[in-house]
Ligand binder design. Structure first.
Ligand code: CA
Length: 238
């Protein structure tokens, strides 16, 4: 019996890292393809998009962040960044350019496989949610009203905007700066601490409507992500 393999593109110029990743991913049941430079990676991502790309940042030719930026203008397939740079700004830049996750080097190949599984599960769940439209969360954009499992959330306009921005991309991590840009576009005078306090109130309201799940995940030093329970779809239009 043959079955369709999920193809993972590995973009990595260090041959031994690439080969270890290939071994582990194949062992986990994935098909793999390896490219060692940025231009080649971009070409493959655009002409034959894989199910997921593991993208190293330091690459010959075109660096990983440029590949990510250019790829994102054309393809939405999940991308996990591999980085040896520990500076937080690189992580943020990576996520804000539309990466789905990142792994810091040195990493254990097992961890990479676990991240690949998690990101695929999450992005497939998002696709399923689009199709099924299970109404866990309802946002009424015209009236700034939201309800969760049928319970009105009584959000302030600010909390509504934060929820709206984050719930559109479940699982994606938003930095405070990014939230200021997206959810506070009408007010330049807000501090990052104010974002924390609005998130705290929003989280409290979500929990009181549906206590069994932690809806907003704090990612230490990075920001926040809206998390949908695995068994639930999401609908963001009334
Ligand atoms: Ca490299």
């Amino acid at each position: 019996m043959s079955r369709i393999r999920i193809r993972i593109l590995i973009v990595e110029d260090e041959a031994d890292i690439a080969s270890v990743l290939q071994d582990y991913l194949r062992h986990a049941g994935y098909e793999t393809e390896h490219v060692a430079d940025g231009h080649g990676a971009l070409e493959r991502m655009l002409t034959a998009p894989p199910a997921l790309t593991l993208l190293d940042i330091m690459l010959p030719g075109l660096d990983g962040l440029s590949v990510l930026r250019q790829a994102r203008a054309h393809t939405q397939h999940p991308i996990i960044m591999l980085t040896a740079r520990v500076e937080e700004v690189d992580r943020l830049v990576g996520l804000e350019l539309g990466a789905d996750d990142y792994v810091c080097k040195p990493f254990s190949p097992r961890e990479v496989v676990a991240r690949v599984r998690a990101v695929l599960r999450r992005t497939q769940a998002e696709g399923a949610a689009d199709n099924e439209g299970t109404a866990a969360l309802q946002l009424d954009d015209a009236h700034w009203r939201a309800s969760l499992n049928g319970t009105p959330l009584n959000l302030t306009r600010r909390e509504f905007r934060l929820l709206q921005v984050m719930s559109r991309q479940p699982g994606r991590i938003f930095s405070r700066a990014r939230l200021l840009e997206l959810a506070y576009d009408d007010d330049a005078d807000v501090s990052e601490r104010a974002v924390d306090s609005h998130i705290k109130n929003l989280r409290r309201k979500l929990s009181s409507a549906a206590p069994s799940h932690d809806w907003i995940r704090s990612v230490y030093g990075v920001g926040f992500a809206f998390e949908v329970p695995l068994d639930q779809g999401l609908l963001t239009d009334p």
